[in-house]
Structures are given as C-alpha cells and as structure tokens.
Design a protein. Structure first.
Length: 154
C-alpha cells in the first residue's frame, strides 16, 4: 500500500512537471506591439452590448497611424449622442468622445489605445457637470473589432 501511494505520488509529480515543462515550450513568444503592421486602408468596427450598437467607428490607417477617424454610431440607453445639441445635459459626453478622436488621430493604433483605459489622461473634465463619464473600453473594443475585421471594402 505504501509503495503504491509513493508510486502514485511520483507519477503525479512527474506528469505535473512534464505538463508544466511542455506548457512552457509551447508558449508563444511575446513580441513588441510595433513589430507587426496593419494594411493601409479604411476600417470599421463596433462595440455592442446585448445586441445594441453603442459605439461604431470608422478610421483610416497609413503606416499604422490613424489619419482620420469618426463615429458612425454613438449611443446609450436610446440616446443618440451625435444628435444632441450643445445645451443638452449630456452634450459633454459628445465633447469627451471628440477629444478621444483628437488624441487618436496622428498616433499609432498599435500603441495609443491603452491610454483609453484611463480616459482622464486623454479627456478633460472626465466627471463633467452632467455626471457622465467616457467609457474608453467601448472605443477600444470598437477599434479592435475594426482591426480584427480587416480593411473595409466599400
């Protein structure tokens, strides 16, 4: 019984060591984000939640630099932010999203998106009088969706 237990534990340890060693051998090599490139083209992508589009973007890349960008859709809770006038209480959200475009245009798409995880570094007045706050993750998701889809062919 004692020998069987020792044998079982030994086999378990060896399988664990071999499993870990094998796992380490097949891990992909971590590369620098700027070592890969996207095609010069127009891209379109969307962030949706529960089947409802909230943020859709369109942008142009030239040598991985965003040269032009716009929102095709910008909404939440049945409010189309692109249709709001400047007097609306939620208009600061529109301004925040415009500041994100101002930040991204002229920057490398491979390295500039991470700043949106902390929108206060990109957008002024993140907690405006409206109490509304930019959700940078939605924009990141829409841009990554566009990149994953590949160039948009009209």
């Amino acid at each position: 019984m004692k020998k069987s237990l020792i044998k079982a534990v030994s086999i378990f340890v060896m399988v664990g060591v071999l499993g870990v060693a094998g796992w380490q051998l097949v891990q992909p090599e971590v590369t620098n984000a700027t070592s890969w490139s996207y095609e010069n083209a127009d891209y379109r992508g969307t962030f949706s939640d529960r089947g409802i589009d909230q943020v859709s973007v369109q942008f142009t890349l030239e040598d991985n630099i965003i040269t032009d960008m716009s929102y095709r859709h910008l909404a939440h809770s049945d409010i189309d932010y692109r249709q709001l006038d400047e007097e609306h209480a939620l208009y600061p959200i529109v301004e925040q999203h415009d500041q994100v475009i101002d930040y991204l245009v002229g920057n490398d798409v491979r390295t500039s998106l991470d700043a949106l995880y902390e929108p206060g570094t990109v957008v002024e007045d993140i907690d405006s009088f409206s109490g509304a706050t930019l959700r940078g993750g939605k924009i990141i998701s829409a841009v990554r969706d566009a990149l994953n889809r590949g160039p948009y062919r009209y």
